[in-house]
Structure formats: C-alpha cells, structure tokens
Design a protein around this ligand. Structure first.
Ligand code: ATP
Ligand code: MG
Length: 320
C-alpha cells in the first residue's frame, strides 16, 4: 500500500475514502422501492460549481491513484472479484467514464466487455449466457459496458427483440418482466455469495443534453464517427426507456448490488462520482496485502542475503 500512496500520503487515505463516500452516497440506491427517476437531477453537481472543473480534475486524479493501489491489493489477495456494470442512453458518457476512471488501473487485473445487439449464437442461448462467460476472475475488476440489463431495457422497449429470442411461446407471459427481475436478483445474490462484488451505474443524462451531444457529433469532424442516425431515432422512445430504467432500478437495487444513478449532464462530475463509488466499494472489502508466514519471511531473508552476496562479489570483481 505504501509504495504508490507515498504520493498521496498514507495519512490521507482514510480522509480520501471518507470524501469518496460523501460524493457517492447521495446517488446510491440500495432500496429500489423508494426510487423515483423524477427525483434524480441529471445536472446535479452537489457542492461543485459548474466552473469547478479544475478542482474536480484534482479530485479525480487522487481518486485514480487510490483506485490503482486498491486494485493492486485486490489482485494480490486473489479472493474477491469486482463487477462494474454501466448502463445509459446513447451519448451519456459511458465510454469516457470507463476510460478516465480506469486509466490508472493495471490492465492485467481488469477486463472490459461491451455488449451490443446479440449475435445469432447469443440468441441460441438464454440472455445471461454471454455475460456469464466473461465474469471477472477472482482478484480482477470486470467492467460491463452494457450488460444483461439490456434485457429489461432495450428488449422491453422493443418487444420485437423478444420475438427474435426463439423463446418457447408459453414462456412469454404478462409476468415475463417480473420473472426476469426475480432471476436477475437471484443471479446477483448468487454472485455475491461467491465473492463477486457488484456495483451498477446508470449514467443519467437529460434528453436535452443528449441532443447537444448528438449535434456536436454531427458538427465536429473528429466526432463524426461516433454519430449513428439510429441513436437519434431511438430518442422517439425516450419516455419508454425512462420507464424501463425506473422499473429496472426499482426492482434490482439491493443493499449488496446497488445502483448508482449518476448525474451525467456534466461529464467531469460523472467521472468523479463513478471513481468515488468504486473507491467506496473496494474499501468495503477491507483489502490488505496478504500476510506472509514465518517460512516465507525466512525465504525472503535468504534470498536477500544471496542477492547482496552476489552484488558484493560482483563489486569486488569490478574493483579488483
Ligand atoms: P454504445 O451504444 O454502447 O456506445 P456502440 O455504439 O459502439 O456502443 P452499438 O452498435 O450501438 O455499439 O451497440 C449497442 C446497441 O446494442 C445498443 O443500442 C443496445 O441497446 C443494443 N443491445 C445491447 N444488448 C442488446 C440485446 N440484448 N438485445 C437487443 N439489443 C441490444
Ligand atoms: Mg450505440
């Protein structure tokens, strides 16, 4: 822990975790029953002012440094896996948040998977299948850029996608969404019981800000590649998506697998909150480097002696 955090100062770790908790908690939903999307303001920046970008950059840099140390311990401990799920409307900033927040992370201990429209192989299986195959290993952080939650979002908004799933007819009943919510809760409980810590992020962008970002993608040649006219068409279904998000969060936010409904109209703020939530999550695992036993300590001492012996004999050679 001391090695990387020498830059932040060990004394500050507790303080940083405390600050992270303060930033993340207001957006954390652990009890879905009480959640109403209308109460979540996409433009919220807490005590940060709109022009506080510099201060937020500083906060993010410290957060990233701390995250990197925590990931190192997670990897060394090799017990817990961490699964971070990102869901959002187009242009809400999923890719940017993942890129910035995870920028200090050792790629060896982290995997990112993006889930797009299902392939025919995917459609030949249940909807969890493609996600289950790539769950993170112990000691690793797995990031899902979209996930099995597309099932209760895009598939719910577009019933024709459900038709394509080749499900037995008799299984498509009026209870299908409640069944899916129950199954997802059970799946996440199962993962939790097996050492996978789950945190879910809904980057909550407003319809107005999404339009601004689409316009920028159209007008800025460097961003043209990001624009897809189908994304703009999907805006027609905005209200249905919002209902689907609200229902999904109400039904799947739990104490052990909470949703963070992160304001996403200001990208700099989104990134600070996401980093803070991950710090809070990793802190909850009480991570520490594995303690070595006496035998291992003896081994280390012997190796040190051997190395020093070699170095001094090499020095003697050079001098003589
Ligand atoms: P993103 O939109 O995540 O930034 P992208 O633009 O690179 O990524 P797309 O080709 O747009 O990738 O793929 C994402 C699209 O796939 C989204 O519109 C999403 O709703 C859709 N999708 C994901 N999972 C499913 C699913 N299970 N069924 C139907 N559509 C899905
Ligand atoms: Mg897309």
């Amino acid at each position: 822990m001391a090695v990387r955090l020498a830059r932040i100062s060990l004394m500050k770790i507790k303080e940083l975790v405390k600050r992270a908790r303060k930033l993340a908690e207001p957006f954390c939903v652990t009890n879905g029953d009480k959640f109403r999307l209308k109460d979540a303001d996409p433009g919220d920046t807490l005590h940060f002012k709109q022009d506080d970008k510099e201060r937020s950059k500083e906060a993010l840099a410290m957060g990233i440094d701390l995250l990197s140390t925590m990931q190192d311990m997670l990897y060394a401990q090799d017990k817990w896996a961490v699964l971070l799920i990102f869901q959002a409307m187009d242009a809400a900033g999923k890719d940017g948040a993942i890129k910035h927040v995870m920028s200090g992370i050792n790629p060896q201990g982290c995997n990112v998977h993006s889930f797009k429209a299902p392939t025919s192989d995917d459609l030949d299986h249940d909807y969890l299948w493609r996600c289950m195959k790539v769950l993170p290993n112990r000691g690793h952080i797995g990031i899902f850029n979209r996930s099995y939650y597309e099932e209760t979002l895009v598939v719910r908004v577009h019933p024709e996608f459900l038709e394509k799933q080749k499900l037995p007819r008799e299984l498509i009943t009026k209870d299908i969404w409640d069944d899916r919510f129950r199954d997802i809760r059970a799946f996440e409980r199962y993962l939790g019981n097996n050492g996978v810590l789950i945190r879910k992020f809904f980057l909550n962008v407003s319809k107005k800000e999404q339009k601004n970002r689409f316009m920028e993608r159209i007008e800025n040649p460097e961003k043209n590649w990001k624009f897809s006219s189908s994304d703009a068409k999907e805006r027609k279904h905005w209200d249905d998506y919002m209902k689907a998000y609200e229902d999904t969060i109400q039904n799947t936010a739990t104490k052990d697998a909470p949703w963070y409904v992160v304001p996403a109209d200001n990208k700099w703020f989104t990134r600070v909150v996401v980093a803070a939530a991950i710090i809070e999550a990793l802190d909850s695992l009480g991570l520490e480097y594995p303690k070595v036993d006496d035998e291992k300590l003896g081994e280390l001492a012997a190796a040190k002696e051997m190395l020093l012996g070699k170095i001094s004999s090499a020095k003697r050679k050079n001098n003589g």
